[in-house]
Design a protein around this ligand. Structure first.
Ligand SMILES: Cc1cc2nc3c(=O)[nH]c(=O)nc-3n(C[C@H](O)[C@H](O)[C@H](O)COP(=O)(O)OP(=O)(O)OC[C@H]3O[C@@H](n4cnc5c(N)ncnc54)[C@H](O)[C@@H]3O)c2cc1C
Length: 337
């Protein structure tokens, strides 16, 4: 197992931010995890598990050990007329896996196309897009527990999945390494079309297939989201805030035209992007190193040579403006390191 010192993470995060890992180890399988825990000196340091770095902001160098997940492998576990159950190694790229599953005529994840993370990272935060979420397809998750050095599994129903969260982002944070995700996909396709203007975009197709959904969603995302290879970003920087119905009634009497969606727990979900937009963030000050995307104010972007602190200061400025104007506290979706 190779241990790199002072390893640059610039290529390993989609914000394209320079930060150094004091120690950096690639994890290709369980053997690598076991080797790592045996090296007491490294095991006792703070550690960070890194997938594709597409939901993380480095605000400083990481003083401990970064464990870069490169675990690969897909195995069919079970198949019947309706479904297929697959065990997918956590380091597989989610989008590549979706392409592979659709080639095999296994549908379900097509609405999550073009999310640039790993399968493990997507399970960690219950990634979601266009009306679909990882939790709808997860059967169980295998993980290595750093507290008692064993490999375990947890059923989907115990994963405490919620809006961009799970037990891994809360109770298990920093204590476990997700090694594989078991997913159940469908052989019979049911399109999820209800999200925002997706239905409108699909009107021109007389027959819908998972591949068409994937193509249309990828095109919509390309239109709406800046290319992180050119303008570093981590997708939505903040979660959409959820407020009670009463709070929403009060707020909407003051501010007309607030976008609102029912959330699963009976609350009202607001559009964080709209709130940020209404605070005037789409106009970038000359010379600023950080801004928000012109067609989606929820995407905080590195305009060139910003460092992590620049991005964080800008995000705090957004948080304060939204709090001052609407009385709403925005919560970052991005993991801040
Ligand atoms: C352009 C763009 C668009 C995006 N669109 C969406 C979207 O539509 N919906 C959405 O939900 N997200 C979106 N994202 C955010 C991101 O791609 C997803 O959250 C993705 O699932 C993160 O995976 P990752 O491998 O990059 O995780 P990383 O960023 O590497 O890690 C994120 C967190 O997960 C933890 N983690 C990662 N892997 C493991 C593991 N194996 N075990 C334990 N912990 C782990 C890390 O420690 C870290 O705390 C977008 C990002 C970008 C750049």
């Amino acid at each position: 197992m190779l241990i790199y010192s002072d390893f640059s993470l610039k290529e390993s995060n989609t914000f394209n931010i320079e930060a150094k890992a004091a120690n950096y180890i690639e994890i290709a399988g369980l053997d690598d995890i076991e080797n790592f825990v045996r090296k007491r000196k490294y095991f006792e340091m703070p550690r960070l598990i890194l997938g594709n770095g597409s939901n993380i902001l480095f605000t400083k160098d990481f003083k401990g050990v970064v464990l870069k997940n490169i675990m690969k492998g897909i195995k069919v576990q079970k198949e019947d007329d309706q479904t297929v159950t697959l065990k997918v190694s956590s380091g597989e790229n989610l989008d590549t896996f979706i392409e592979y599953s659709l080639k095999n005529r296994w549908s379900g994840l097509e609405n999550l196309s073009a999310i640039p993370g790993t399968v493990g990272g997507a399970a960690f935060q219950n990634a979601g897009a266009y009306g679909a979420e990882m939790k709808n397809y997860v059967v169980e998750i295998e993980y290595y527990d750093f507290e008692d050095f064993t490999l375990k599994s947890i059923k989907a129903e115990d994963c405490k999945f919620g809006y961009r969260t799970s037990v891994f982002k809360t109770d298990f944070l920093d204590k476990v390494f997700i090694t594989a995700v078991t997913l159940r996909l469908n052989k019979k396709f049911t399109a999820i079309t209800s999200y925002a203007n997706l239905e409108e975009k699909l009107k021109e197709f007389t027959v819908l297939t998972p591949s068409i959904m994937r193509r249309v969603i990828t095109a919509m995302r390309n239109e709406k989201l800046p290319d992180y290879k050119k303008l570093g970003n981590a997708g939505s920087f903040f979660k959409n805030p959820e407020i009670t119905k009463q709070a929403f009634e009060k707020l909407s009497s003051e501010f007309e035209g607030l976008k609102n969606y029912p959330s699963e727990d009976g609350k009202i979900k607001l559009s964080a992007g709209q709130l940020i937009d209404l605070c005037g963030f789409k106009t970038t000050e000359a010379g600023s190193k950080v801004g928000v995307a012109q067609n989606n104010a929820l995407i905080v972007i590195n305009l060139g040579d910003a460092n992590g602190k620049d991005v964080l200061v800008y995000a705090k400025k957004i948080e304060k403006a939204v709090k001052d104007k609407f009385g709403i506290k925005l919560e970052p979706e991005v993991v801040i390191c």
